[in-house]
Design a protein around this ligand. Structure first.
Ligand code: AP5
Length: 211
């Protein structure tokens, strides 16, 4: 199964991916997680990406495309993968197509998780991450358990100001790739509003025959 998760910041892509991969047993490849790891490691890519990410801007296409194409060429992706956060622009979608074509492979599905803008700021500013496990929490909707509460952290780009910039980028750069996949008949949609368990059920229904 080769699939892509698309949705605005805070739609629940990371939350739902963690549940889906248990079922699908394919690598979860989050471009945001990879870039944050590069920033933390202080690599050349991380140094170039850091400023864009903090400001809620997109990292330049050439950097992200090279990072993802290299990753999906690794052996653990031979039986499939779940891309989360990539592609995010038309040039990224085209580069992915070109790479898959060259490998004689194709995408099975693109899942769009839909959440209106008015719910996003609350989700993002309340998000907390466990740096040891990568688990995602929310101060109100999914509070971290007491034993890890002291170690959870907040992402640098989870401020109200940065999330507004991220939403603008989502609408101007990423939403336009949705019709690109819809025209090919591989787009599936799931309503991302409601409890995470409800969203998981809707996703399972939307993916139906593919699971
Ligand atoms: P990235 O890490 O991809 O961030 P994002 O797309 O903005 O998505 P998020 O991780 O913020 O949200 P999510 O949908 O995964 O939501 P989550 O499940 O955590 O990218 C970060 C940055 O990296 C970009 O801004 C850019 O700079 C750069 N970048 C990455 N990829 C790039 C690319 N391809 N090209 C260029 N630049 C790139 O949930 C959010 C919160 O809501 C959590 O607290 C969660 O607990 C809560 N929640 C989840 N579901 C529910 C629910 N149903 N009800 C209530 N709360 C919920």
């Amino acid at each position: 199964m080769r699939m892509i998760l698309v949705g605005p910041p805070g739609a629940g892509k990371g939350t739902q991916a963690a549940r889906l991969i248990e079922r699908l047993q394919i690598p979860h490849i989050s471009s945001g997680d990879m870039l944050r790891a590069a920033v933390k490691a202080g690599s050349e890519l991380g140094k170039q990406a850091d400023g864009y990410m903090k400001a809620g801007q997109l990292v330049p296409d050439d950097l992200v495309i090279a990072m993802i194409i290299e990753r999906i060429g690794q052996e653990d992706c031979a039986r499939g993968f779940m891309l989360d956060g990539f592609p995010r622009t038309r040039p990224q979608a085209e580069a992915l197509d070109k790479d898959l074509d060259a490998a004689g492979a194709s995408l099975d599905t693109v899942l769009l998780i839909e959440v209106p803008d008015e719910l996003i700021v609350e989700r993002i500013t309340g998000r907390r991450m466990d740096p040891e496990t990568g688990d995602i929490y929310h101060v109100q909707f999914k509070p971290p358990p007491a034993e890890i509460a002291a170690r959870v952290t907040q992402r640098k780009d989870d401020t109200e100001e940065a999330v507004k910039a991220r939403l603008e980028k989502y609408h101007s750069e990423t939403a336009p790739i949705v019709p690109f996949y819809e025209e090919r008949g591989i787009l599936r949609r799931a309503d991302g509003v409601g409890r995470p368990e409800e969203v998981t059920e809707r996703i399972a229904a939307a993916l139906g025959d593919l699971l």
